[in-house]
Design a protein around this ligand. Structure first.
Ligand code: PGA
Length: 251
């Protein structure tokens, strides 16, 4: 059984004060322990405060990005061990906004995944096609090449806990979510691909999340699909009431 996983990706939103206010409000909204696994990925600046605030709560901490080297002359970058020191468990890698605005390539993302695995951080690896690629019928090819590149050269034994996120680029922040059926189609194919590229029991254990305009209204329908093991939530994760509604949909 794959435990449902709900991840909040705050992107470049919330100061430390706003983040702590959100967390207090979320706990009030949840009234108790969430049944799903819940991960919050605030900006780097709020990680320390959240590490303190999260102790003795079931919530887990994630980062939105990291560098692949441990240390060195990389002005402005954050290393995997800096994240470990803050009890960060998860790290989002290969998000389409990083691919697009910061020119992250599959090869670079592969290096980041290897570094995360080495530091026992669980990568949440994002893949997905753009609108143009979908219109040209390339969805399957794009997702396949991103997935294959991500696992290339990684040790199979280290990939066990890895989380995938299928995020069609055209659905991110647009309010134009994929239909649950369409998401299931791609995510089912992703699992078969992982079974072929790695092995079937490993693919069965890996969690695949859907992301792209997830809301309180559509969360349950996505989670009802057999290969949707959770959700990666952007916009709706900034509102404690809406986010709590999404977490409850996973119960
Ligand atoms: P969205 O973002 O929920 O605002 O569409 C999702 C994401 O970028 O992970």
């Amino acid at each position: 059984m794959r435990t449902k996983l709900i991840v909040a990706n705050w992107k470049m939103n919330f100061t430390i004060q706003e983040a702590l206010k959100f967390f207090a409000a979320l706990q009030r909204e949840m009234r108790g322990v969430p049944k799903a696994e819940v991960v919050i990925c605030p900006p780097f600046t709020a990680l320390y405060a959240f590490d303190e605030a999260f102790s003795e709560t079931p919530y887990k901490l994630g980062a939105q990005n990291m560098h692949w080297e441990e240390a060195g002359a990389y002005t402005g970058e954050i290393s995997p061990s800096f994240l470990r020191e803050l009890n960060v468990m998860y790290v989002i890698l290969g998000h389409s906004e990083r691919r697009r605005h910061f020119k992250e390539t599959d090869a670079l993302i592969n290096k980041k995944i290897a570094a995360a695995l080495q530091q026992q951080l669980i990568p949440i690896i994002c893949v997905g096609e753009t609108e143009a690629e979908r219109n040209e019928g390339k969805t399957r090819a794009v997702v396949e090449s991103q997935v294959k590149s991500a696992v290339d050269g990684q040790m199979k034994s280290e990939l066990e806990g890895v989380v995938w996120a299928y995020e069609p680029v055209w659905a991110i922040g647009t309010g134009k979510n994929a239909t649950p059926k369409l998401a299931q189609e791609v995510m089912g194919e992703m699992r078969s691909l992982l079974a072929r590229a790695l092995d079937a029991p490993l693919a069965e254990k890996m969690r695949i999340l859907y992301g792209g305009s997830v809301s309180e209204g559509n969360a349950a329908a996505f989670l009802g699909e057999p290969d949707v093991d959770g959700l990666l939530v952007g916009g709706a994760s900034l509102d404690p009431q809406k986010f709590a509604g999404i977490v409850r949909a996973a119960e």
